[in-house]
Design a protein around this ligand. Sequence first.
Ligand code: SF4
Length: 121
Amino acid sequence: MGRKIPSICIYCAGGCGVLATVIDDAIIEIEGDPDHPINEGALCSKAAAYIQLVNNDRRLLTPMKRTNPRKGVDEDPGWVPITWEEAFKIIAELRMFTNYLINLFNSLIKCPLNHAKVVLV
Ligand code: SF4
């Protein structure tokens, strides 16, 4: 019943094959692909719960930003939804700051006896 669409699990680097059963454009089941050479039909518990990632009504649909800088068991992180544009801007700013720190570090460790260099991939 339904179409079985082969795909690859993205939860870790294992690359296990999955079959998604689709009815009326909705995924109703995820199972291991018995023809896949890596997992031969088996799935770990993370992938077995994949269906929750798609169909759970508590699934996050927008990026979230933490607004409380204090951390701890009793601290409310104060997550607030933000737009994708805001999220990309924050990521770009962090990337630029990281590049600045890497360049600073590389300039500090530069000496004739030390050819080590930090590279951000
Ligand atoms: S099924 Fe489990 S082990 Fe395989 S790729 Fe997914 S998370 Fe990794």
